[in-house]
Design a protein around this ligand. Sequence first.
Ligand code: DGT
Ligand code: CA
Ligand code: CA
Length: 591
Amino acid sequence: MMWLMPEIVPARVSPYRSRRSAVQNPTIAEKLNDVADLLELEGANSFRVRAYRNAARTIESLTQSLSDMVERGEDLEELPNIGKDLAEKLTALVNEGELKQLQELKQRVPPGVLDVLRIDGLGPKKAATLWKELGVTDLDQLQAAAESGDVASLKGFGKKTAEKILANIDRVSDRRFLRVDARNMLEPILETLRAADGIDQVSPAGSYRRRRETVGDLDVLVTAKESKVAMDTLADHEIVVETLSRGDTKMRVRLENDLELDLRVVPEQSYGAAMHYFTGSKAHNVRVRRRGQERDLKINEYGVFRGDERIAGATEEEVFEAVDLRWIPPELREDRGEFEAAEAGELPDLIELSDIRGDLHMHTTASDGKNSIREMAEAAKQRGLDYIAITDHSKRVSMANGLDAKRLRKHWKEIDEINADLDGIEVLKGIECDILEDATLDLDDEVLSEGDWVIAVLHYGLKQPSKQIMKRLLAAIENPHVHAIGHPTGRILEKRPEAEIDFGEFFAAAKEHGVLLEINAGPERLDLDDVRAKAACEHGIPLVINTDAHSTRGLANMQLGVDQARRSWLTKSDVANTRTLKQFQKLLRKS
Ligand code: DGT
Ligand code: CA
Ligand code: CA
């Protein structure tokens, strides 16, 4: 019996890796499942369909990377559920990145049908019926058919099913996108809009401007002499695949990655009011409007009005001033105390990327990173950092070639040598040490005591009962050699829930033992989240923002960590790695 796929993904966290690196097991399994779904939809015989599903399950539970196996020339037919035919297809998939059969199937089936079959309660058989009987080939048509009663009257469906479908369609449209994916789509669009003749001001609004870790959709505001110019410019952009709606001042489009974007063209004198309104959050806006009412003012996206007279609206500052507030940074606009802080003159001076001097979590080729110690150090220096810590995986993470004590000592010796040879950057000897399921650490105290910097993390057994999770975290915190807890909850955004942490207990212990807590800037982690990082800070615990880079390019993720820190109300002095190396080391517990 094979063990379950460990819930580990650190190697995949950086978006910059995915394009170049090998196809990962979950992706392979997903493609196999897609083939099974589409075959079933076409009415293929159930034996064939099952063969693909079984193979997908094999890959999902594989403890090593299938791509690596292919690279090493291992015989895939040794694996359960993989015969000659599948072994060949998988080898081609690893080598070419695509499964030919899947591409062919996709050509025969309208793309929206895959969305339909993914709706909870449907699946391939029902999706096929909906397609053949009612001509339903996408979610909009499904919704219409469910609302009209057509679905309920289909054999094997009924009223309950139709209702469930409607509820679940809503859930699908609740899909959220990683900030990094939103940014990669939005930046080229902003650039094009800014460069276009006839467009004046351009700014993102909505959750993206508030720097939320995920966004539901993008919101962009522009001022322009003619709204047509702005809308045509957007419609023509190569990243835009479809115009969903277009009116006089508002347009909604769908982008390459299915993210949708609202563009609003607003008059110059309303720009600030519109920026404020469409930046949100809704909860924040409600409070601002109420403050307006208390002052006999009406506030909307067009301006601030006393009776019919517009008294403000061209800038956000004016809008805030009208309700006796100073300008509040977008990151804080969640009605989480920003009004009280503004009234008391206590809005935080939020940390900025340029405040960061060190990056204390990154990988090299010693475990699952792409670059050498020297390359990481040089790249960090290029980014203006003064110090870094190299923190490769410990041995438990065998998938990532984690280090045992012997290899770690050799690795650290190498770091010492390279450090001695480098100017302008200091390289600390670190380790990302797993906290095992039984609450012991993956490496013993003796070797840990020889390093400069130990981050303890949970990678496995994240679904353990809260009591055991806490036992593990507290044991790590109490270990005198541990300096920080990395990505504390272990969550993967939109994919994997958090481990169940009792944060009260966790923060109290970290504070008592002088252990720092990480904001991991990996785009899929951003862990601690904004609320917890703020709470940690309020407990007097220094935070450390780290990229967890697995390549030199991954060092760029620091911005995402700083974004999260800003949403957490953190100032420069709340974050340990804004200090000089000497001051930083003074913060660390003595072991
Ligand atoms: P998202 O897209 O789910 O990540 O979150 P937002 O905040 O970007 O929400 P979105 O795109 O629905 O709307 C953008 C902003 O527009 C929102 O933050 C506040 C404002 N807004 C939209 N609809 C309403 C509304 O019904 N009432 C109020 N007060 N504000 C709204
Ligand atoms: Ca939005
Ligand atoms: Ca929107």
